[in-house]
Design a protein around this ligand. Structure first.
Ligand code: NAI
Length: 784
């Protein structure tokens, strides 16, 4: 027994384990769990074990959900949904407050249960996960209260399928459930197979407070259960997990009306400039990559350190790492708990070995690991080449890579040399530099002189292989709401393309030489195929249009990528170009109307006038789509900044050849995007004529590119193209389905537009601007 003076001599920690009696009592009493469907637990059948990764002991048994179980849960949610949505917002808010309060009353119980099931340190579960869970329900209770005011005309989506991972089981449940319920949806949620217990405890809370049956349904099981939920009759899938599964879900939901948000992996840069407060940055690394054993999608796993301070930083990091306490997650002095599962530990080990084999050197803490259980000492790699698997792939464990850079430009280049785009952390005492870098890194969330700060009011989510969609705040609410479209105008199926015999022959169009060209990089271009197709109005041949192909799309995307100066222009300057387009089109209104009338378009005059109005409308909005500063945490300024996607591929509607095209191109470019558009297949001349208007309106070459031809095929090329950053698709159901499935490669967001009344209100508005940007959330320390 050490004496007090012994303890004061060594200043060592004594064990301080959190008690587990209450949780163990609950587990012993419950032992075997069924699903929670329609307000009650089903009988436990087809059971599998859930383990404590810190010890390997079996904690409980849960039911492997079958497709029939999923169908029953979806049916219960479907029955409950109209009643839930019909409640006044105030009543839904009261239910969410009740959930928040009940979780708050059980905070200690739930934290301990979470620790047993995940192996995360109790300090984190108690001080981070649980308070955020509670905050999420309170915050979203507020949204339920003010839904009608804040989102006028919005309706819930219906039944949402939600699939969550094992790293923050209860927190992810709260992130998913709270906005869905606030918006009036009902939910079927599937927790991860390794960590189902807090979700089941939460189900008990739902039952206790007598939440209306069927509003929340929990179905346990593995990936097969998840796949069954994706395939079920739900209106939305919200998924957090690996990019591989995210891609599978993208393909599985292609061609359905299911809305989709994907929050996937990351390989987030943690950038330390020479003028950073190094002590603070070292603590940042501890919170960045050693939080939750590095099993965090936004973990700062790539340390990029200015060469000038790299040696000092590495030495301090090594010393700090050696002091981290790895061990019993229930101990309040533990910094690093257990890895989630032996399979995952093996996965980490294999990737680390690959990294070493490829020449990187591993610096690992000399930690004494517990004799049993699933542990990994913290570490970091030095000398990992950019192509080394550990530089590219998500380790999802407590191991970072450390690379040096010389200039800010090189830091940005290294930061963006990843297929992911979830988060970034930037350390510098020079705010001008930090904000410049924040704007240039490809990430949905950027922390300045901080890391892993979250709040229910701040949008969270990524880009590229990190997925799309946002969770949290107003943006997160929008992912669970829809604005029912007014009566749609049927989108005519395009006629089959017929090749014209000799596109260059002056008489090919029946005496008139009307052979349009592609518009790429601000210049008229012949199609690579050398082919054209006949454009007809009934029996009349109107002219020949270029038969665009894969090569033309590639050229157009290249031209669009090069025109990046457009995004750097101020909204005001872009507005001037749009006004100029409007004026030039006005001057030629009669000519455009005649051309549309010749093609048999009804209301040709009205279509031209509406197009001119669109240009004025989006010119007006070009400098008015503001960001926000949501009220998040004290001592932080949280900027939510809209930024353009980059290059948007657009497949235009056949229904209104001029207005449809303008309705899509204009909001996209107003927000700073460049566009590759496929004009109406049956009547592309309105678009090719419009190119002449662009030419004389100071629109820089490459901002709008037009490739005519087989719309569905050309969209598929854009869906697969890595440099097309988002896709807007009007088209046949089959074409849209193919585009969505093919987009799984680089996981670009795809907006499939249902038929719209292009002449009416549904042809313009906020939704177009919202889809033209993605949000970047930038956290700045403020008033500390
Ligand atoms: P995972 O993506 O396989 O699992 C996440 C969830 O998806 C679980 O609930 C799982 O049952 C479900 N699921 C699996 N296959 C499915 C399918 N075909 N359809 C529908 N749902 C399906 O992640 P896993 O295997 O647990 O971890 C693998 C890697 O994923 C990790 O090493 C890490 O790199 C990454 N990961 C990322 C997370 C994040 O927060 N972004 C969380 C967990 C893992």
């Amino acid at each position: 027994m050490p004496t007090v003076s012994d303890i004061l001599d060594s200043l060592d920690y004594g064990p301080a384990p959190e008690g587990t009696v209450e949780v163990r009592g609950w587990l012993a009493a419950r032992g075997r769990f069924g699903h929670f469907i329609g307000g009650a637990f089903t009988a436990p059948v087809g059971l599998f074990d859930t383990l404590n990764p810190a010890t390997g002991e079996v904690l409980a048994q849960v039911t492997q959900g079958t497709p029939a179980d999923v169908a029953a849960a979806v049916a219960a949610a479907r029955v409950a949904q109209p009643g839930w949505a019909a409640l006044p917002g105030h009543e839904r808010a009261e239910w969410l407050y009740a959930l928040a309060r009940q979780v708050q009353k059980r905070e200690r119980f739930l934290a301990v249960l979470e620790v047993l099931d995940t192996g995360k340190p109790i300090r984190e579960a108690r001080d981070i996960d649980l308070p955020l869970v509670v905050r999420h329900f309170y915050h979203h209770a507020g949204w339920a209260e003010v839904l009608a005011d804040q989102f006028p005309g919005a309706a819930p989506l219906g039944v949402c399928g939600q699939i969550i991972p094992w790293n923050f089981p209860l927190l992810m449940l709260a992130w998913k459930l709270a906005p869905a319920l606030a918006a009036g949806n009902t939910v079927v949620l599937k927790p991860a197979e390794w960590t189902p217990l807090t979700a089941l405890a939460f189900a008990e809370i739902c039952a206790e407070i007598r939440l209306p049956a069927g509003v929340v349904n929990i179905v346990t099981g593995d990936g097969a259960t998840g796949a069954a939920l994706v395939a079920a009759e739900v209106d939305k899938i919200a998924f957090t997990g690996s990019s591989e599964v995210g891609r599978e879900i993208r393909r599985a939901t292609a061609g359905t009306a299911k809305r989709l948000t994907l929050e996937l992996g990351g390989k987030s840069p943690f950038i330390v400039f020479a003028d950073a407060d190094l002590e603070a940055a070292i603590e940042g690394v501890v919170d960045g990559i050693w939080f939750n054993q590095g099993q965090v999608c936004c973990a700062g796993s790539r340390l990029l350190v200015a060469e000038a301070v790299a040696d000092a930083f590495t030495e301090r990091l090594r010393a700090r790492m050696a002091r981290l306490r790895v061990g019993d997650p229930l101990d309040k002095g533990t910094d690093i708990g257990a890895i989630i599962h032996p399979d995952h530990l093996a996965r980490i080990g294999a990737l680390v070995a690959e990294g070493q084999a490829a020449g990187a050197e591993l610096v690992q803490a000399p930690a004494q690991l517990p004799a049993r259980g699933c542990y990994c000492a913290p570490g970091f790699f030095t000398g990992a080449a950019p192509a080394n698997p550990v530089s590219q792939r998500e380790i999802f464990g407590p191991i970072a890579t450390l690379t040096t850079f010389r200039t800010p430009d090189e830091a940005v280049q290294l930061a963006n040399a990843s297929c992911y785009g979830l988060a970034a952390s930037i350390w510098s005492e020079n705010l001008a530099l930090a904000l410049d870098i924040a704007a240039r890194v490809k990430a949905g969330v950027v922390w300045v002189n901080s890391v892993n700060v979250f709040d229910a009011g701040a949008p969270f989510g990524g880009m590229r292989d990190s997925g799309f969609g946002r969770e949290g705040g107003r943006a997160g609410m929008l992912e669970y709401l829809a604005w029912p479209a007014p009566a749609a105008v049927a989108e005519p199926e395009p006629a089959a393309l017929v090749a014209a015999p000799d596109p260059t022959h002056p008489g090919a169009a029946g005496g008139i030489d009307r052979t349009a060209k592609l518009y790429i990089g601000g210049a008229q271009k012949r199609p690579d195929s050398g082919q054209s197709y006949a454009v007809r109005a009934g029996d009349r041949l109107l002219g020949l249009a270029p038969w665009g192909s894969r090569k033309d799309i590639r050229n157009a995307v290249e031209a669009a990528q090069k025109a990046s100066g457009w995004a750097a222009m101020a909204g005001h300057a872009r507005a001037q170009v749009l006004y100029f387009i409007a004026e030039n089109l006005s001057a030629r209104a009669a000519e455009f109307a005649a051309r549309l009338a010749e093609a048999g378009q009804p209301d040709a005059q009205a279509e031209v006038q509406a197009t001119i109005r669109r240009a004025f409308y989006y010119a007006a909005l070009a400098d008015k789509h503001d960001g926000r500063i949501p009220a998040t945490r004290a001592r932080h300024l949280t900027l939510v900044q809209p930024e353009p996607h980059g290059v948007i591929g657009i497949a235009c509607p056949n229904a209104a050849p001029l207005l449809g095209l303008a309705s899509l191109i204009l909001p996209a470019i107003a927000m700073g995007n460049r566009v590759v558009a496929i004009p109406a297949q049956d009547m592309p001349f309105a678009a090719t004529d419009l190119a002449q208007v662009f030419d004389c309106s100071d629109l820089p070459g490459g901002v709008v590119n037009l490739v005519t031809g087989p719309r569905d095929d050309l969209v598929a090329v854009m869906a697969c193209h890595d440099d097309v950053n988002a896709l807007w698709v009007c088209g046949t159901k089959a074409g849209a389905a193919r585009a969505q499935a093919d987009s799984a490669g680089n996981l670009k967001p795809v907006w499939v537009m249902t038929n719209r009344d292009w002449q009416g209100a549904s042809g313009q508005g906020q939704a177009f601007l919202d889809h033209a940007v993605r949000l970047k959330t930038i956290w700045l320390p403020f008033g500390a």
